[in-house]
Design a protein around this ligand. Sequence first.
Ligand SMILES: Nc1ncnc2c1ncn2[C@@H]1O[C@H](COP(=O)(O)OP(=O)(O)OP(=O)(O)O)[C@@H](O)[C@H]1O
Ligand SMILES: [Mg+2]
Length: 303
Amino acid sequence: MSRIFEALQRADLERKTDQGTEIGPFPESIIASDTEDLPPTSTGVALENIARYSWKPSVASIPSLTDRGAEVEQFRKLRSRVSQARDEAPLKTILISSGMPSEGKSFVALNLAMSLARHGVNNVLLIDGDLRRPTLHNILGAPHTPGLSEYLAGTAEVKDILQRDKADETNSMARLPNLTFIPSGKCSDNSSELAVNHRMEELIAALSPHFDWILIDSSPVLAVTDAVDLARAADAVLLVAREARTPYEVAQRAQAAFSKSRILGFVLNAAKHIPRQGYYSYYYGGQGEEGKAGPEKNGRKKG
Ligand SMILES: Nc1ncnc2c1ncn2[C@@H]1O[C@H](COP(=O)(O)OP(=O)(O)OP(=O)(O)O)[C@@H](O)[C@H]1O
Ligand SMILES: [Mg+2]
């Protein structure tokens, strides 16, 4: 049994005596780094000319914007582990998913994206692939549309949906360097587009040469199958489980749902006990026999 499953089983036990732990705010100091000019894409989009908006990021939700603290260090470690995974097999596009709502997919996706973007000259593309309950635009304080939804429906082109922050021109404290964002767009059920056409794969193929990393946030996989469809466009899947909330069986079923994908491992989010300090940790588990059960619906509402 992998360490992540052992940790979740331990958490199941602890949850019975310690319900509802809340995490406090993160430090608020911010550092900035240089933004690189980007080459034109094969879709004819010159990335240095893409739309810039004055994002208003929620610093409390993006500890990787800060320059110190246990939380930031944990994301550095995760960044390092993800980078190491590149040595094992080609890796650029990573889908972040989990079994249930509120386990921290968006939190991990955005903070890992920021941690990668602040490292050297990495150009990072973050895509909000949660077409039903998107949150990344709110955390970034960025426009919601047009986005992935419009692209999948064929009503927007690549050049219409990419956006970057222009805060570096006005407010150096709020810079989000090297980060390009594709919001989810208008909430709608685009599962048929995801399942039957290859617009997502085409989008990733077109943009991939121009970014060092592409992270895709997604819906909980046990609620809807969108994440499994999105995973076809990704090189690998990074799963999130939340300490004291994610039941052991849910983590197993989430892993099983991505049986056709390369699974990098689990992020054990909001971990208070493993390691000794910090709000989240990560454990990389292989696909053991315990991960063979099929996914189930958990009743998450659409839209
Ligand atoms: N490690 C953490 N420390 C503090 N707050 C956290 C942490 N992880 C998640 N949160 C908070 O918990 C809430 C749920 O997290 P998040 O939105 O990332 O979950 P999710 O898995 O993306 O949910 P959904 O399935 O609805 O998209 C958010 O308010 C987020 O800021
Ligand atoms: Mg989310």
